[in-house]
Design a binder for this molecule. Sequence first.
Ligand SMILES: C[S@@+](CC[C@H](N)C(=O)[O-])C[C@H]1O[C@@H](n2cnc3c(N)ncnc32)[C@H](O)[C@@H]1O
Length: 303
Amino acid sequence: MSTSGAAPAPILTDAELKLLQALIYQECGMAFDERRTHFLQDRLLRRLRECRADSFYAYYRLLISQQGKEELAKLLENLTVNETSFFRHKAQLDLFQKTILEELLKHKSARREYSIRIWSAGCSTGQEAYTLAMLVTDALAYYYLRNPLPIDMPLPKPLVPPPWRVEILASDISYSVLRHGQEGAYSEHQMSTVDYGYRLRYFDKVSDRYAIKKALKEMVHFDFHNLKTEYLPQRNDVIFCRNVMMYFDEAEQKRLIEKFYRCLNPNGYLFVGHAESLLGLTHKFQMVHKDSGTAYQRLEVKE
Ligand SMILES: C[S@@+](CC[C@H](N)C(=O)[O-])C[C@H]1O[C@@H](n2cnc3c(N)ncnc32)[C@H](O)[C@@H]1O
């Protein structure tokens, strides 16, 4: 008998665990193998208690019911790992800015096609998307330092020189991280990987937080997208999907790579996390590697 007064935790049977794992996989692609079962059990128990369900089967029934939609979204939020930081993996960002973006600007200018679309898929609290916005802004400024425009730049100089249009989409399955990203204010701790130059140019200090400046913020648009679904943002020049695929099993990774292929413009680039790779999962991308940075370029193969 419990002496603390708290009801004993219901037992999670193997059958209930399988049902819940299958539902989560079907809803968001996340696969929980034995190494992560403990984490899954812990999060399920927290949500079950919150909903006052008296067994895991009752909780499962709630999740699959019409009125359980909101709870399902909350459960998925609780299962995601949201670890992120500004300027994560420098070698890869150097490859993006100094090689790929440089080439993109050159080719697009030659074709008089002045728009760039980048998608941070699984953006968490927005640091990746804002990092990309800072890198693109600097790359454009540097490009025009070497290739001056024949017209006078309006003053004060816009972050994105006309006629360019830069759209950065930041998406996630968790509404709470999207709200944080949209707000764009970060603690000193979250700023530890942002050097002074970037802080001075792209942030305002608002009480104890660093807020992304309005002009940079306007380049980034936050939206909900579940990577498990088929309807995903199209016509991207570059997709960053870092440290997301690692929570999916191989079958789901293959499906996602196929979707990313379709979401990219011809010859577009996909960046995945340091611990992730496309090797053995597709023949539709070629690896680009420079100074420890890796990206994957879409190949124009016949379907
Ligand atoms: C570890 S964070 C990675 C953040 C950032 N990309 C980085 O590398 O710093 C993984 C993010 O992927 C999101 N995520 C997981 N499954 C997803 C899905 N099916 N659709 C969209 N986002 C998902 C999580 O909510 C989480 O914010």
